[in-house]
Design a protein around this ligand. Sequence first.
Ligand SMILES: NC(=O)c1ccc[n+]([C@@H]2O[C@H](COP(=O)([O-])OP(=O)(O)OC[C@H]3O[C@@H](n4cnc5c(N)ncnc54)[C@H](OP(=O)(O)O)[C@@H]3O)[C@@H](O)[C@H]2O)c1
Length: 281
Amino acid sequence: MKIAVTSASGKLGVSIIKHLVAEIGKENVIGIARTPEKAKHLGIQVKKGDYNSQEDFDKALQGVDAVLLVSGMDEPQKRIIQHRNVINGAKHNAVKKIVYTSIVGAEENNAFSPIVKTNRQTEEDVKNSGLQWVIGRNGIYIEPDLEYIDTYVKEGEISNCAASGKCTYTSREELGYAYAKMLIEDKHNGQIYNLVGPAITQSELATYINKVYNTTLVYKAVSVQEYLAERKEELGVFMGTIIAGIYQGIKEGANNVSSDFEKAAGRAHKTTLDIIKDFKK
Ligand SMILES: NC(=O)c1ccc[n+]([C@@H]2O[C@H](COP(=O)([O-])OP(=O)(O)OC[C@H]3O[C@@H](n4cnc5c(N)ncnc54)[C@H](OP(=O)(O)O)[C@@H]3O)[C@@H](O)[C@H]2O)c1
């Protein structure tokens, strides 16, 4: 059984590939990357696949039994077409199964909603592909927060507009484990899973970080408008708007969803504290 993973040069792709290799061996896993050289270090066969190119995926998916489509990073409307290039490539090559990494979040009402909506459209495209399918709706990765700790420490606080909203953080490591199972086990076919961890507030996040990193961070809530302006200044209009939209979604409960992680992975999701401890190692 040959399983291909797109965006093999990205952090989520690498995690899924690592767990797949552990399950079925290097010879059965194919990486597909826009920039194949960036995925060479994985020690598996790597083929070229730019989401903008139907031709790339018509070639890359030859001889593949199942494909994992990692959602793209482009502007919302472009993503739908890009994902269709992968889905069509799979159809053209009689690939039997497609697994898609979607996202948890509000489909309306915040600046992240257009991205959530494109993910929902790809979910529909995947369901209508005629292939066996499985969809994971990923929670927010916790790693970017942990990579940001130096800044939090400098500022003495975690500050955003999530207020007391709860977020079901996960990690790329946990997701990689679950997706490997979803790819190789037939019992998941036709399922949509929320791949999320325990729901925590930003204050709890600060407490866990303090425990592991021996810091003294506090959480400070700011208004959505204030946070949006600050993020746009720091990250530019496109990314700043997305990030502010994500935290507005958290404030309004969009990320406080029930978890299907155990159904998908066959084991419980790690606690947030354990994930932070693992990250620090
Ligand atoms: N749940 C969350 O918290 C969260 C957070 C951020 C993003 N996401 C979503 O999750 C996805 C994976 O995240 P990640 O952590 O793996 O991101 P990442 O490490 O930044 O990797 C992004 C990947 O997308 C690839 N890519 C970009 N444009 C492409 C194109 N036109 N054709 C093919 N590949 C392309 C990149 O390839 P190159 O190496 O060639 O650039 C890279 O492999 C993201 O794309 C995004 O949709 C989720």
